[in-house]
Design a protein around this ligand. Structure first.
Ligand SMILES: Nc1ccccc1C(=O)C[C@H](N)C(=O)O
Ligand SMILES: [Zn+2]
Ligand SMILES: [Zn+2]
Length: 207
């Protein structure tokens, strides 16, 4: 059996977050010396930190919360494709890609080269792609980018269009070391009842 490969960003106090969003922090709030038995920590973070999923409530007040999302979306067969540094990702870029039978698609763009700084600009997902991918049966789209829309977008057209076509969003993957091909994916969100997003531990194993 092939080993599982980690494709998640490490969560430490240096991780970069969306400009203006809550910085990540982990600290021991009750040390072994104080408690007499254990170290107990506390995490403060935005739900959109590092490798994470978006729930529709993130961009739609009436949209689903994390706990309402089907866990089956986030575990199972996935295809990884490599589209090196595209200026945008649309139907044209995916026209040569075989998607027969694929429900989870991960796109490696290599466009966020230095993860120690938040990118000023990223390739955008053209909203028309949502119809195309939805039609092919894609239910989960993952990217090695912090968003599926341009950083300065207020409309979040790709987020809305993907959701409208039944495609769920996985952002902030680390795919630098992953070849194109077919894998098993596990990237489960936490069972957050009210949340608009959730960090995930994303892993792949070659099939
Ligand atoms: N954290 C934020 C704070 C302010 C404005 C946007 C964001 C986002 O996270 C948007 C991004 N498209 C996302 O879904 O992860
Ligand atoms: Zn997000
Ligand atoms: Zn997003």
């Amino acid at each position: 059996m092939n080993p599982w490969i980690d494709i998640s960003q490490p969560l430490d106090n240096r991780i970069v977050v969306w400009p203006g969003d809550t910085p990540f922090s982990y600290k021991v709030t009750w040390s072994k010396e104080e408690s007499g038995s254990v170290n107990v920590g506390q995490i403060t973070m935005s739900t959109h930190t590092g490798t994470h999923i978006d729930a529709p409530f993130h961009f739609d007040n009436d949209g689903k919360r994390v706990i309402e999302l089907d866990v089956n979306l986030y575990i199972g067969r996935a295809r990884v494709i490599h589209l090196p540094k595209p200026s945008s990702i649309g139907i044209k870029e995916l026209s040569g890609v075989e998607l027969e039978g694929v429900t989870r698609l991960l796109i490696r763009t290599d466009a966020w080269t230095d993860r120690s700084v938040f990118p000023a600009a990223i390739p955008e997902i053209e909203p028309e792609l949502a119809y195309y991918l939805g039609n092919k049966g894609i239910q989960l789209l993952g990217l090695d980018l912090p968003s599926v829309d341009p950083i300065d977008s207020k409309e979040l057209s790709a987020h809305h269009e993907l959701t409208r076509h039944g495609i769920h969003i996985l952002e902030g993957l680390v795919l630098d070391h992953i070849d194109s091909g077919d894998y098993e994916l596990a990237a489960l969100p936490l069972s957050l009842v009210e949340a608009d997003g959730s960090p995930v531990r994303a892993v792949l194993r070659r099939v």
